[in-house]
Design a protein around this ligand. Structure first.
Ligand SMILES: Cc1ncc(COP(=O)(O)O)c(C=O)c1O
Length: 312
């Protein structure tokens, strides 16, 4: 009884910390940018700097994790467990969030234990995350019921969050972003597991079209994943995926693209990394130069953070 009371007080305190954490952050900056290609095509572009939302729970992770964390705390979970690669922005943010809330975290990491020394996982360990390395074959089973049941036995009472934090509870936190935006014709963002795009679609104003630049070889499964997360997206013609700008696949970036991303970063005065925001912004500029965006359009690009991964 006494122990139950003690645990209950612990979660009340953690929920209070959650509230303070999210109350403290205001809206992220909306930065106007200038570029000759924009002038040439008579477009305006602002960058929504979600990379600046929080020092360590960066970008879309801040928004995607918001209600997932609250749910886990309300459920009085023993800890938070999720999945990712050795440079995962999601595991990095989850470890930081667990540390801020005083809740234990576990990362199921794809790869060899030697990766524990890289900057991403060094930070995660410093924030108290337990790293559990699995080989690629085992990692592929991260959605299987029997694998998840085995993890639940190994880490009893832990709240299990899917890879990338993409789950239905990620959507409302992302949807709140619209409150911070002025009217625009296009909102543009990088897409990987689809949770951020699904969250935006769940509250899309009718006057704004959403374009997601896939940073991996998406084909049909990516749209299906988004429909699974938010089923009305299947009948919504107000969004599209651009699948041609993956640059060879997830986390791949050709030398000439790296150079082009660095040049864009300098010209726009915005820090970029080559896996998400840099790759998607490069795709956007190539589409602008190909005349894909109607003259006079007001564009907003969502910088989803992930700059910590650029230390690789
Ligand atoms: C920095 C960054 N930007 C964008 C994405 C893509 O977001 P989503 O997986 O919700 O499509 C991710 C994660 O996967 C990310 O880490």
């Amino acid at each position: 009884m006494r122990q139950n009371f003690h645990f209950h007080c612990f979660y009340v305190r953690s929920l209070h910390r959650w509230q303070q954490l999210y109350d403290r952050a205001g809206a992220s900056v909306l930065q106007p940018v200038h570029h000759t290609s924009l002038d040439h095509h008579r477009l305006t572009l602002h960058i929504k700097r979600d990379d600046l939302l929080h020092a360590s729970i960066s970008g879309n992770k801040w928004r995607k994790l918001k209600y997932v964390l609250r749910q886990a705390l309300s459920d009085e979970a023993a800890g938070l467990l999720s999945f990712g690669g050795a440079w995962s922005n999601h595991l990095h943010a989850l470890a930081a969030a667990g540390h801020a809330l005083g809740v234990p975290t576990v990362g199921i990491v794809r790869g060899e234990p030697e990766y524990a020394a890289n900057p991403t996982l060094t930070d995660a360990r410093a924030w108290g995350m337990t790293l559990d390395f699995v080989d690629r074959q085992t990692y592929r089973r991260r959605h299987d019921a029997d694998f998840l049941a085995a993890l639940a036995l190994k880490y009893p009472g832990f709240y299990i969050i899917p890879e990338g934090g993409s789950c239905p509870l990620a959507l409302p936190g992302v949807a709140e972003l619209w409150r911070e935006l002025p009217d625009c014709d296009q909102l543009i963002l990088p897409v990987a597991s689809g949770g951020t795009l699904a969250g935006l679609l769940s509250a899309r104003p009718a006057s704004t079209h959403v374009t997601g630049y896939a940073v991996l070889k998406g084909k049909d499964w990516l749209a299906d994943t988004i429909h699974e997360l938010y089923s009305p997206a299947a009948d919504d013609s107000g969004w599209q995926l651009r699948l041609e700008h993956h640059g060879g696949g997830y986390a791949k970036c050709r030398a000439e693209d790296r150079g082009a991303i660095a040049a864009l970063s300098e010209a726009l005065a915005v820090p970029l990394e080559p896996v998400y925001s840099g790759k998607a912004l490069l795709g956007l500029f190539r589409d602008i130069e190909a005349g894909r965006y109607p003259s006079g359009s007001r564009l907003i690009f969502l910088h989803t953070g992930g700059l910590q991964g650029a230390r690789s």
